[in-house]
Design a protein around this ligand. Structure first.
Ligand SMILES: C[S@@+](CC[C@H](N)C(=O)[O-])C[C@H]1O[C@@H](n2cnc3c(N)ncnc32)[C@H](O)[C@@H]1O
Length: 270
């Protein structure tokens, strides 16, 4: 864990956490982030809706985990604090929940205090770490979480920053390896799926344009490629779908957004 001196932040380069914050209506973003965010909005006007639906999915998936008895959460690529962070979603239902956040953006570290406002009964911890070093993430998280008990591993909007599919699947496999039976793998990912309401080609153009600007590399994946992250775990109903349509609360689900999600159960559970 790192909570020492304040890190240097290059505000001239667009960064994922800050673009995401911009789309979510936050204030922790700079001109380069807003310009990159606007560029994507030109191609995919629904992208800000996507970001908000992803956060709503987070709330439903955390509730699903709590209802299954899970009290430990490892949120990798947690992003800047925003409305209803993972520990808030978990601890308002189960105050004893233990939550570890991981992110590699120094700005998230600056705001980490907001992520550390745990309920008195629970724990929240923040690690500045890179998920491309999964062994280090697991080792550091194990100081707070007991991997002998079920844990929800959240990888929301973060695997889209690992362009190589084999590397991304390897990260997921290695982060899942220590999880006890009954644990959940929760993934959401930018998706270039085409349907009646989604334009996959527009998403691919937006991604190319962001890549040309520099900053955090990003990719969109197909629904099948996102489903492949669940190899070795049991992908639960309804499978990989638009995050807005994963077990929605409303009887009429919100429309599809170009950000897909799924939840898988680590084998061996009853
Ligand atoms: C698009 S935001 C998603 C935030 C949040 N999970 C959500 O869904 O609302 C992606 C986050 O992943 C972080 N990130 C990107 N690459 C990472 C890596 N290699 N290791 C850890 N975090 C990473 C970024 O800094 C950013 O905060």
């Amino acid at each position: 864990m790192s909570t020492g001196p304040q890190p240097a932040i290059d505000t001239s380069v667009p960064h994922s956490a800050r673009i995401w914050d911009y789309w979510l209506g936050g204030k922790d973003n700079y001109r380069a982030d807003r310009e990159a965010g606007d560029e994507v909005l030109r191609y995919v006007p629904d992208i800000a809706v996507s970001a908000r639906q992803d956060r709503a999915f987070l709330g439903r998936a955390v509730r699903f985990a709590v209802e299954r008895g899970i009290r430990q959460f490892l949120d990798v690529g947690s992003g800047l604090p925003t409305a209803v962070n993972t520990h808030e979603a978990a601890q308002r239902l189960a105050p004893e929940s233990r939550v570890v956040y991981v992110d590699n953006d120094p700005l998230v570290l600056v705001h980490a205090r907001a992520l550390l406002s745990s309920s008195p009964e629970g724990v929240t911890e923040y690690l500045e770490a890179d998920m491309r070093e999964p062994a280090k993430v697991v080792e550091a998280a194990a100081r707070t979480l007991d991997f002998g008990r079920p844990t929800a591993l959240l990888l929301l909007g973060v695997l889209n920053h690992v362009l190589d599919g084999d590397e991304a699947r390897d990260i997921v496999r290695r982060l899942c390896a220590p999880l006890a039976p009954g644990s959940l793998l929760i993934v959401s990912h930018t998706c270039d799926h085409t349907s009646e309401t989604l334009d996959g080609e527009a998403m691919r153009r937006a991604v190319r344009s962001v890549m040309e600007r520099g900053g955090t590399p990003i990719c969109a994946r197909s629904r099948d490629d996102i489903a492949a992250f669940f190899t070795g775990v049991e992908l639960l109903e309804p499978g990989v779908v638009s995050c807005s349509q994963w077990r929605p609360d409303a009887p009429v689900p919100p429309r599809e957004v170009p950000h897909f999600a799924g939840v898988g159960l680590v084998a061996g559970a009853s």
